[in-house]
Design a protein around this ligand. Structure first.
Ligand code: FE2
Ligand code: FE2
Length: 260
């Protein structure tokens, strides 16, 4: 199960509420979340990462907000279950992929970031080749979180890695796309998983400040919105060769779970 960008306290509460129910329903071997917006919309702290792991999260991916909380430098080198985009410059703290050990099998988790409307990082396609080459044939289950803005760049990555990884799932836009599918060579794909957090903000942030920013072009400080949440994720199933048998998107509104 891959859960999209968790935004602020509202998003973290949604995860706390939904994860036990979703685990009962889907019995996932692995749960991965994108955590780049978990701390007030900006980055993640050690305490929040710990809270996620205690809830049963196996791995955390990040993105362009990786460094927003300064304390991440204190734990990113030690915490093997949290990864940041692999195509950040050489020498960057932390790691871009990791192997997560489950009860029965191992999952390779890779984080990459796009370069369209985002900073000019190393080539994510070349970086993917490099990592897959280094991993060799040892692992069947490989999931790539491609943290990118443009659907074209995400689709390009999906098709580029088709048959070479189990799944390419997009994050960063916070809006779930409706294009989940299994590509011809067996890779599960979705352009964006969507977010977990305030539903009536704009991508999770308080909407009046975002509207003001667009209208005035003045510097505006965004804060995470309050109120009701929505929750977006995908559940995937793979065969023994690590190829996809299923990808199903999940979209839940807070009011839909109030009475169960
Ligand atoms: Fe995000
Ligand atoms: Fe992002």
């Amino acid at each position: 199960m891959f859960i999209g960008d968790i935004v602020g306290a509202v998003g973290r509460n949604a995860l706390k509420q939904m994860l036990p129910k979703l685990k009962l329903k889907h019995s996932p071997h692995f749960v991965v979340v994108n955590g780049e917006n978990a701390a007030g919309g900006r980055g993640i702290t050690a305490a929040i990462a710990k809270e996620f792991f205690e809830l049963g999260v196996h791995g955390i991916t990040m993105g362009n907000h990786t460094w927003d909380q300064k304390e991440i430098f204190d734990f990113i080198d030690e915490e093997e279950r949290l990864i940041r985009p692999a195509n950040f410059p050489k020498g960057t703290p932390g790691r871009g992929f990791t192997v997560i050990k489950g009860k029965e099998n191992e999952l390779v988790l890779i984080n990459l970031q796009g370069r369209t409307f985002l900073p000019p990082l190393d080539c994510p396609f070349e970086k993917a080749d490099e990592i897959l080459h280094d991993l060799g044939k040892k692992y069947q289950y490989i999931i790539v979180d491609f943290h990118a803005e443009a659907t074209s760049e995400k689709l390009a990555m999906g098709w580029y890695l088709d048959g070479r990884v189990s799944a390419v799932v997009g994050t960063h836009t916070h809006v779930q796309t409706h294009d989940e599918r299994i590509l011809p060579q067996g890779t599960a794909y979705i352009s964006d998983v969507g977010m977990v957090g305030p539903r009536d903000g704009i991508l999770g942030m308080e909407r009046q400040s975002v509207i003001r920013k667009f209208r005035t072009q003045l510097p505006v400080r965004f804060v995470v919105d309050e109120g009701k949440w929505h929750f977006h994720a995908v559940v995937m199933e793979f065969d023994h060769n690590g190829l996809a048998k299923k990808i199903e998107s999940i979209r839940i509104f807070e009011e839909d779970v109030l009475f169960d």
